[in-house]
Ligand binder design. Structure first.
Ligand code: FAD
Length: 459
């Protein structure tokens, strides 16, 4: 049993509020400090994306804290990718051949508010807002805050501090700047940034596009995606290079040029977006990057979790899911026989880091897949075959996407290794015409093809 019970959490975003709830349920005294105002009381955007894709790894965390019934009403199932070509033709590419496997669009604000409500309802959890962590004395587990309301500075100590303060983590910055131990850190930006736009609800509060899909307009070097919201709107995100290509964020500076760009590449989306120009010039353009670092912890005093430890690009829809899974995995180590926080932190990071490194790499792969590969014939043939395998032999095959998204029983690293080997096997067999096209999906041939793919994968 660990004796030290006083816990400080910096950052009450998705990971911090879930962690507060879980540690509160376990009986720790938890004090949370969040930089921004309380999003349940002040009308602020919840930060970063407006809605997100929640899938099985995230749901495992929701199950852990026992609030599935409360989360469910906020979820809109998305069964597949709705692919839009430049002519406005669409095709729905399911995420899985198994009907119960789909992802969910959920509002970041709704989910974060629910987690805060649940955490705050516990007598041993206290939430403080408008507290901006400026530095952390990690030797002494003491954080220094500036309060935006009182305009005063204060120092707050605890037995242990969890930094769940997101991709720009103040705790992580301190590890780096203080240079007191060997801290490795990398931050890789994509040349692309993102901008959020919207498709407003239809007049009757219906949806102007098919509701139960993640819409993708992949155009090779850039793409547009849209996820549904409960009010009938879609949050649309444009991923585009800052400086490269004929059209980029740096040169889309006039109304005429933005319209020309959308007319040329996203005509059917433009018809649904009379508000495009306002959105485009009012909403910020933000960068996308991957953060990897180690160690996440300093002795038994401080530890990073969520994006603070491993920010990733959003193309696998796994950043929040991975951050939630951090809490599930961390929780398992609290059940073991460790007597100090240091041992818990060490064991957790040793087991977890390989998985968060893997999802970071997978997310970059998916960036290329979504903007370009989804439109290639060999990619589509592979997906058709995988859908048929999953449908006809649900216990014998899971695609890489399914392994990552719907198989929380295995870690991201295992999902990546198995998934990549399968992809390589199928693509090679298609290229070598071992698998013939058009695909023969009759039961006997399909079974034989699956056996061949499995054999090739294991080679
Ligand atoms: P955050 O959500 O960033 O929360 C950090 C919190 O700490 C914030 O509340 C912040 O105000 C607070 N904070 C920051 N600094 C301080 C400080 N100095 N002092 C006190 N508090 C501080 N993930 C998915 O799983 N599915 C998706 O579909 C998905 N889509 C995405 C789309 C986009 C465009 C982006 C950018 C990300 C997406 N993600 C998605 C990733 C997801 O947003 C993050 O992984 C997730 O928010 C991480 O949660 P977190 O709590 O670690 O960090």
């Amino acid at each position: 049993m660990i004796k030290e019970k006083n816990i400080q959490i910096i950052g009450a975003g998705l990971c911090g509020s879930l962690l507060a709830l879980r540690l509160g349920q376990r009986g720790y005294n938890v004090t949370v400090f969040e930089k921004r105002p309380d999003l349940r009381k002040v009308d602020i955007s919840a930060g970063r994306s407006i809605n997100l894709a929640l899938s099985d790894r995230g749901f495992a965390a929701i199950d852990l804290v026992g609030i599935q019934d409360k989360v469910q009403p906020f979820c809109i199932p998305m069964n597949g990718r709705m692919l839009h070509d430049t002519e406005g033709n669409t095709v729905l590419a399911p995420y899985s051949g198994r009907e119960h496997e789909y992802i969910n669009s959920i509002s970041r604000g709704d989910l974060n508010s629910l987690l805060l409500d649940e955490a705050e309802a516990l007598p041993n959890v206290t939430l403080h807002f408008n507290y901006d962590c400026r530095s952390v004395d990690f030797e002494n587990a003491t954080s220094h805050f500036y309060n935006y309301e009182t305009k005063k500075e204060s120092s707050q100590s605890a037995d242990v501090i969890f930094g769940t303060d997101g991709a720009g983590s103040a705790l992580r910055k301190n590890y780096y700047l203080e240079n007191k131990f060997l801290f490795s850190f990398s931050q890789d930006y994509l040349t692309h940034g993102y901008k959020e736009l919207s498709i407003l609800p239809a007049e009757n509060n219906g949806y102007k596009a098919y509701k139960n899909a993640l819409h993708i307009w992949g155009r090779g070097d850039f793409m547009l995606i849209a996820l549904p919201n409960l009010d009938g709107s879609f949050t649309v995100t444009l991923f585009l290079s800052y400086a490269e290509g004929d059209y980029n964020f740096n040169n889309l500076t006039t109304k005429e040029r933005v319209l020309e760009f959308f007319e040329k590449y996203f005509k059917d989306a433009l018809e649904l977006m009379p508000n495009l120009i306002d959105d485009f010039f009012e909403n910020p353009t933000a960068p996308l990057g991957t953060v990897k670092c180690s160690p996440w912890h300093y002795k038994g005093k401080t530890i990073l979790l969520g994006d603070a430890a491993h920010a990733i690009v959003p193309f696998y829809g796994q950043g929040m899911n991975a951050s939630f899974e951090d809490v599930v995995e961390f929780d398992k180590f609290l059940d073991l026989d460790f007597t100090t926080w240091e041992r818990v932190f060490e064991a957790f990071e040793k087991s977890r880091k390989q998985d968060t490194d893997a999802i970071a790499d997978l997310a970059i792969d998916n960036f290329h897949e979504m903007k370009g590969h989804v439109n290639h014939t060999d990619f589509r043939e592979k997906r058709s075959l995988e859908m048929a395998f999953e449908k006809q032999f649900p216990n014998d095959y899971s695609s890489k996407y399914s392994l990552v998204t719907f198989n929380e029983k295995i870690g991201y690293r295992e999902a990546m290794l198995r998934g990549r080997a399968q992809d390589k096997a199928i693509l090679n067999m298609l290229a070598d015409k071992v698998i013939k096209t058009p695909l023969d999906l009759s039961p006997d041939t399909l079974k034989q093809t699956l056996q061949n793919v499995q054999k090739e994968t294991n080679n």
